[in-house]
Design a protein around this ligand. Structure first.
Ligand code: GLP
Length: 240
């Protein structure tokens, strides 16, 4: 793992946005794997600015890591809505090339299978960005998720529901299930960038980078990947 420690959130966002720009410049038809959450908002903002200055997304394809089960794409807390707002509407990406699992599909298992197929048809993910949960989850692969898992329906843990309730009017409104790319789907990406900021992520980052590789710390699986860059601010790196 290549660990880059930067001063603060803005530097983290700049570092990651530059790496994404490098990927798109080198391969204009790149396939990107994308996370949601608070952490990458700054990266997306910078990518929108880069797009205005000419970074061309017209041949880029994106696959999001996950989506809440039960939320349609026009629900303000859905990850489709988040992506539209934070990135897709601001760059010249083709709507047809943006994939987010459909959390209201009538057959969720078929949706998961189709999602994996689409990733394969696109040629696999060139660059996967990842946030990390305070319990070291990646996507919505909670502790205990087997390393062989592919896109599937998962139950969210209490701690994740609690952490994500800040985006909802009340805790009762937070979905308890999600569709998430699996551990194996993530590990199949050619390159991976894990980003984190703030002291609340310090323990998760320590366990992911320095701890044993175990299903109890989902992000620790990244130690087994040949091309991972971890970009963290000083607070998130404080236990390294
Ligand atoms: C959610 C997402 C993850 C994300 C994590 C951290 O549960 N499913 O993909 O990495 O939260 O979110 P935040 O960046 O808001 O801390």
């Amino acid at each position: 793992m290549n660990v880059i420690v930067v001063n603060n959130y803005d530097r983290m966002s700049e570092e990651v946005a530059k790496l994404v720009r490098g990927q798109i410049t080198e391969k204009p038809d790149s396939v990107l794997g994308l996370p949601t959450g608070g952490t990458p908002v700054g990266v997306y903002g910078l990518l929108v600015e880069m797009g205005k200055r000419g970074l061309d997304f017209s041949r880029v394809t994106t696959f999001n890591l996950d989506e809440y089960v039960g939320l349609a794409g026009d629900h303000p807390q859905s990850y489709r809505y988040y992506m539209q707002t934070n990135l897709f509407s601001g760059v010249n990406i083709k709507a047809a090339n943006t994939f987010v699992p459909n959390g209201v599909a009538s057959d969720l298992d078929a949706e998961c299978e189709a999602y994996e197929k689409r990733i394969k048809q696109a040629g696999g993910i060139d660059l996967q960005l990842l946030g990390i949960g305070t319990n070291a989850h990646i996507g919505f692969n909670e502790p205990g998720a087997e390393f062989g898992t592919m896109t599937r329906v998962v139950d969210l843990t209490e701690s994740t529901i609690e952490a994500n309730s800040r985006f909802f009017a009340s805790r009762a409104e937070v979905p308890t299930k999600a569709i998430s790319m699996g551990m194996k789907s993530i590990m199949q990406a050619k390159n991976i960038i894990l980003l984190a900021n703030g002291g609340g992520k310090a323990e998760a980052i320590r366990a992911a980078v320095l701890g044993p590789v175990t299903v109890d710390v989902p992000a620790s699986v990244l130690q087994l990947h040949p091309s991972v860059t971890v970009v963290v601010d000083q607070a998130a790196a404080s236990k390294l």
